[in-house]
Design a protein around this ligand. Structure first.
Ligand SMILES: C[S@@+](CC[C@H](N)C(=O)[O-])C[C@H]1O[C@@H](n2cnc3c(N)ncnc32)[C@H](O)[C@@H]1O
Length: 120
């Protein structure tokens, strides 16, 4: 199932509908973790691999990882195949691929990354 939405509030509501407690979630474009926090509660018995290339991400995500043991943050460019290969090496399956790369301005990036990420 693929769900595409524009509004961040709708995105977060959709996450609540689809993520289950045991899920393994890969989040592309976590920024400072505002949706990651929601995902980590929803997948409370699962795992979240959260990725972003922003210099704003590491401090916030490191602090969040101290609170929530099911989050693993990686500062990476998600357009690269080697990034997704690295993610794949950490997980046996991906239940939910959650993509928020600021698609309102560059929707093509989301589709390119989704194409690469469907291997997860
Ligand atoms: C709209 S923000 C994400 C907001 C976040 N998901 C939330 O719910 O608060 C988009 C993020 O995508 C990240 N991003 C865009 N292109 C990227 C890429 N190629 N690799 C990694 N991160 C990327 C940006 O750094 C930015 O933090």
């Amino acid at each position: 199932m693929i769900k595409i939405v524009y509004d961040i509030k709708v995105y977060r509501e959709v996450l609540k509908d689809v993520i289950k407690a045991d899920d393994i979630v890969v989040e592309l474009g976590c920024h400072v973790g505002n949706s990651t926090r929601i995902i980590s509660h929803l997948a409370c018995n699962g795992k979240i691999i959260a990725l972003d290339k922003s210099p704003e991400s590491p401090d916030c995500m490191d602090a969040m990882m101290k609170e929530q043991s099911n989050i693993e943050f990686m500062k990476r460019d998600v357009r690269l195949h080697e990034t997704l290969e690295e993610v794949l090496s950490k997980i046996k399956k991906c239940d939910v691929l959650s993509v928020d790369l600021g698609g309102g301005y560059h929707p093509d990036t989301n589709f390119k990354v989704f194409f690469i990420g469907h291997q997860l």
